[in-house]
Design a protein around this ligand. Sequence first.
Ligand code: GLC
Length: 735
Amino acid sequence: MITFVTKFDTMENRLTKSAILATFLALMPASGFAQLYKNADAPVADRVADLMSRMTVEEKIWQLNQAGFGNNKNINNIGEKLKHIPPQIGSLIYTDDDVSLRNAMQWKAMEESRLGIPILFGYDVIHGYRTVYPISLAQACSWNTELAEAMSSVAAREAKSGGIDWTFSPMIDVARDPRWGRVAEGYGEDPYTNARFAIAAVKGYQGDTLSGEGNIAACLKHYIGYGASTGGRDYSCTEISDQALWDTYIPPYQAGVNAGAATVMSSFNDINGVPSTASRFLQTDILRGRLGFDGFVVSDWNAVEQLVSQGVAADRAQAAAMALNAGVDLDMGDNAYAENLAALLESGDVAMETIDRSVALILALKFRLGLFENPYTPELPVEKTMLQPAGRELALRLAEESMVLLKNKDGVLPLDKQLRIALIGPMAADKGHLLGSWSGHGRWEDVSSVLDGMKDRFGDKVKYSKGCDFDGDDTSLFAEAVAAASESDVIVLCLGEKREWSGENASRASIELPVIQKKLIKELHATGKPIVLVLTNGRPLVLTEEEPLCASILEMWQPGVEGGVATAAILSGDINPSGKLAMTFPRHVGQIPVFYCERPRARRDQGFYQDIPTEPLYDFAYGLSYTDYTYGDINISSNADGTYTATVAVTNTGNRDGLETVHWFVTDPVSSISRPAKELKFFEKKQIKKGATVVYSFEIDPIRDLAFVNSKGEPVLEKGRYILTVKDKIKTIEL
Ligand code: GLC
C-alpha cells in the first residue's frame, strides 16, 4: 500500500486516507504506477480492486451505462440513431455486424480513455446470430436440450466473430397467454422446461470459461414474471403471489444461476405494484440473497426511466436512485444513471458503496471475458465465420425436431413422391417470415422456403400458387389456387403469421388466422382434395375452425434458415416428426389462460364452459409421429440413499424409426397446499428404431422432484402418496 505525507491535514478530517489515495491515484496517469489491473495472471478480484482504486467517480458512473450503437435492424425495437458515445462508457448494444466499426469504437475506449477500460458489446442473439435457428418456443417443442446447447454454442461463436461479447439471452419467462407476442422467445408454459433450456443455453453460450474462444456471456431474462403480463398486453402489470413466484417463475432463474449465468436482465413489468426494476426484494434479496447470483443485473431497455411512467418515480433522478439501490447495476438505453448519479451521490440518495458494488461486478465480467487482454475482434471474412455448414446442419436438425405433427387423418402424410402437389399459401414461397422475431443478423436470402424444399424433394410434381396475402381482403388469387388444387392429388397449404406479429410489442387479441386465410382454406376445402396445413407462427393459434377442414396439420413454427428443407423432409417422410407442444393450443381465446399444470377445481365435474368444450384443442406435450409407440408399465425401485429409480419401456410398434420424448409428471393429490393436477419433473428424448424397445428412466430425488416450495421458497416434502404419470401409465410412491 502506498503511503505518503499529505499537505491536506485539514482535509484529512473530511476524507478518509483511502479516499485521498483514490483521488490521488485517479489524477495520476495510469501509466504512472505498476498496473496490477492489467496483469492477466492476477486474480480477478485484485484486478478489480486495483482498477477501482484508480477510477474517478465520473469514470465509475460511466461504467454503469449502456447505450445503443449502430443502425438497429431489429424489427422489434425502434431504430436507434448513433449517439455521441464517450470512450468511458461501460457497454454498448451493438446492432451492426461491421466488425471494423466495433473495433474502432473499442479502440476509442482503449486508447482515448484515461484507464483504457474496454467496452462490453451486447446484442440480442436469441435464436442465432447470422445462422438463424427455430425460435425458442419451437426449440422447446424439440425437447432436445443437447441440440439447443449446441445451437447456443454456434450462435456464440458467430456472435463473437461479429464483435459481440454478451447476449441478452436466454429468455426464460414462463408464459401461458399466447396473446402475448413474446411467448415466441421463451420455452413455453412449464417452469421445468424453461429451466432445462436455460441450462442448455447458458452452457452453450458461455462454454467452460468465459474467456474461451467463441464464448460470450449469457443473460437470464426478463427477471421476473414478465410472462404474466395482464391480458397478454406487453409491458403491462402482473399480479403474482409469493407462492406463484416461487412455484412458477423462479425455478428457471435458479437453474440458470446454478448453471453460471453471468448476467440477469430486470424486466419491465411491475409485480403487485412494485416494478421489478425498482424492487430490492427481487433484485437483491431474492436474486442474490436466495438464488446465489453473483453477476450483474442490467435493466431492460429504458426500464429505469419507465419507473416514472409506472408511477413509482417522480422523475428520472428518482428512478435512477430506485433502480441502483434495488440492485440494477447497468442502465440500458435511457442514460438515467449517466445524467443523475453524480448529483444523487452528492445528495446522499445513492451511496458510493452502492456505485462501487455495481462497478466492481461489471469490471469483473470484463476481466473474466478477457476483454482487457483481447479487446478487439479479429476482422475475418464472413465466409469463414458465418453460416458455416456445421451450423446449418444443426439448424436443419433443430427445425426437423421442433416441428409438431398436430393431425394426420387417414395417413395422408407422409406424401408419396408420385402425388401431384398443389403448394399454396402466402407462406409457401416466403423466406423472411420463417426467421421469426429477434432474428439477429439473419437474412431472408439465407432461408430455404417451403417451395425451395418441396421442389428439391418432389420436383415438377409441385405446382405453386400463392392464393392470398397474409392479411387484407384481396381474393383475386383464389381462382388460380383453386385451379391448381383441382389439378392436384393433395394440397399443401402454407399459412400463418408474419414475423412481426409476435415478439416484443406484438400483443394480439385474436390468435386466429386472418380472415383472408380462413376464406382460402374454405375455398380449397370445397375442391374435395385433402389439405395438409403447414403453419408458421410465433405463438399457439386457435385452429378450431380449420381443424375439421384439414386432413393433416404440421406446426412448423418459425423454423429459421433451414425451415423449407426441414418441412419438405417431414412431408416426404424422410424425417419422422418428433416434436411435442411446449405450450397449450386453446380451443378459443376465451379459455386463456389455459395450461396443463393448473391446480384442480373445487368441483372437478362442474365449472365447465357452457358454450364451448372446456379442454384445449391441443394439450401440452401433444404431438404425433408417423410411427406408433407402446408404453409399458412404470416400474419403481427404491434406492439405499432415499432416491427412487422409475423406468418405463417404450416399443416402436410402427414401420419407421423415430425419436420419442418421454415426459414424467408428478401429482401430489393431498398436500398442505393445493398442487397442480400434474407437474413435469423430467423429460428425455431417445431414438427408437422400428420394432425396438428402449427403456427410459427417471432418477427421483424426493426433495427435488416430489417436494413443493412454499410461499417463502422453502422446500416442503410431506408424507403421503405421490403419483407418477407417463402417458396413460401411472404408479404411486408412498413416502
Ligand atoms: C428490449 C427487450 C429485451 C432486449 C432489449 C435489448 O426492449 O425487452 O428483451 O434484450 O430491449 O434489445
